[in-house]
Design a binder for this molecule. Structure first.
Ligand code: GRF
Length: 206
């Protein structure tokens, strides 16, 4: 990857965005958070980002505007900020094919299940209801299908007999916070080679 500027897209509380920023602040992750973009002006994560001095932008949906038109506005903000890698972090919009092409191979997403199990919304609830013993979280490259692209890293979380959605979600979230920055580092370091569906992680060239 050419540079190490991150653009983070959020819609809500932004804890994954903050965890990435923590990793940058304490030098686990060598990168710069160039901009945080939210599709909701009321997203709590937006104020938290601004409080840390991270540049922020709001791109709200407009009535009658297509997905591609919305994505083009977001893309313009990201390019203006000079980003190299887009990190979806609780971004509650589907990104369209033209956005995926614009940032081809440079979009990551984090999802609270072991994909391909339980894509989509409420993945923790779905895992619990299905009765799985193990679930977790996944960081993957984004392609044109939802929660589908090549998997960079996953982390497994055991489901306890007494777990409810809240307890399971909070254990998965803790794991997400320790997973996302590692995946971002691998991509920024050029260590992720995509071969078909598989993302191969190549050793560091010393
Ligand atoms: C996380 O569980 C993430 O995996 C999913 O949305 C949630 C976002 O949480 N895509 P936060 O806004 O990062 O706290």
């Amino acid at each position: 990857m050419r540079g190490r500027n991150l653009g983070v897209l959020i819609s809500g509380r932004g804890s994954n965005m903050l965890a990435l920023h923590d990793a940058i602040a304490d030098r686990r992750l060598r990168a710069r958070m160039a901009v945080v973009v939210s599709n909701k002006a009321s997203a709590p994560g937006l104020a938290l980002a601004a409080a840390r001095g991270i540049p922020t932008a709001v791109v709200e949906s407009r009535k009658g505007q297509s997905r591609d038109e919305h994505d083009a506005r977001v893309g313009a903000v990201l390019e203006e900020a000079g980003i190299d890698l887009v990190c979806l972090a609780g971004y509650m919009r589907i990104v369209g094919a033209s956005f995926v092409r614009r940032f081809q191979g440079r979009i990551l997403n984090i999802h609270p299940s072991l994909l391909p199990s339980f894509p989509g919304l409420d993945a923790q609830k779905a895992a619990l209801e299905h009765g799985v013993r193990v679930t977790g979280c996944t960081v993957h490259l984004v392609d044109e299908e939802v929660d589908h692209g090549p998997i960079v890293l996953q982390s497994a979380v055991e489901v306890g007999a007494d777990d409810d959605v809240e307890s399971l979600s909070s254990r998965i979230l803790e794991r997400e916070h320790d997973l996302y920055w590692r995946a971002v580092a691998l991509v920024l370091d050029g260590r992720v080679r995509v071969e078909g569906r598989r993302a191969r992680i190549v050793p560091t060239t010393a």
